[in-house]
Design a protein around this ligand. Structure first.
Ligand code: ATP
Length: 208
């Protein structure tokens, strides 16, 4: 049972780490793989270099059991499409259940992802959301995805892929964008991200 948490991690912060931990615990995942995008397809190039983003991520999760950094998107040439990442993971792990973890904002943008309808064939989808949220006003494509694939947590582990669940997590209004903006404005970003990451950003004068 492997969770996959993709992102730019520019830089990694508690809004990534806490939901990942909560999902790991609720679903009983053996492992959560953090996969930093090399060249994110939907946005500008990251501000920090790939080695810098990798070092910050490693420092953030090194003492957390089951949290692992996976470098495959950074090593791969060209845009980092999640469908390629899932296909390569699937080829490695066989029939082990894969769980792609998506924040709610990422879920809303899913229909723009490369070959997005293949994602659910390759893994389960785990959407972190606010308690009490309902999916009545979702775009048609997402609404039918939910209707077709939503299942109970316990059912997920019975199959390798193809299920969709919403997992309520603690809401942390933190984004990498707001962290970079604060740094540029000369504000202190301590306690928005792990201390080792804070120290790295300070020492290497990142995001100025
Ligand atoms: P940026 O501000 O640069 O766009 P970000 O903080 O949104 O970055 P990403 O690396 O783009 O972070 O996000 C990776 C994943 O983490 C996405 O699935 C996104 O929904 C999720 N995520 C990011 N911030 C939060 C948060 N505060 N709470 C829950 N999920 C989050």
């Amino acid at each position: 049972m492997i969770g996959i948490f993709g992102g730019t991690f520019d830089p990694v912060h508690f809004g990534h780490l806490r939901p990942a931990l909560e999902v790991q615990q609720v679903l009983g995942l053996n492992e959560v793989r953090f996969i930093p995008a090399g060249q994110p397809p939907h946005r500008e190039m990251p501000y920090a270099t790939s080695p810098q983003r990798l070092s910050m991520l490693r420092a953030a999760i090194e003492d957390q059991p089951g949290f692992v950094v996976d470098e495959r998107e950074i090593r791969r040439e060209g845009p980092s499409y999640m469908v390629d990442t899932l296909a390569s993971l699937r080829a490695e792990v066989g029939q082990v259940s894969l769980y792609l973890i998506l924040g709610y904002d990422a879920f809303l943008g899913l229909p723009d992802w490369h070959q997005w309808s293949r994602l659910i064939e390759l893994s389960h989808l785990v959407i972190t959301h606010r308690p009490g949220w309902n999916h009545d006003d979702l775009a048609e494509a997402l609404h039918s995805l939910v209707k077709q694939h939503e299942m109970a947590f316990e059912q997920l582990s019975e199959q390798a892929a193809g299920g969709l669940v919403f997992v309520p997590v603690t809401q942390l209004d933190i984004s990498a964008t707001s962290i970079r903006e604060k740094i540029r404005a000369g504000q202190d970003i301590r306690y928005l991200l792990p201390d080792p990451v804070y120290e790295m950003i300070k020492m290497q004068k990142l995001y100025r």
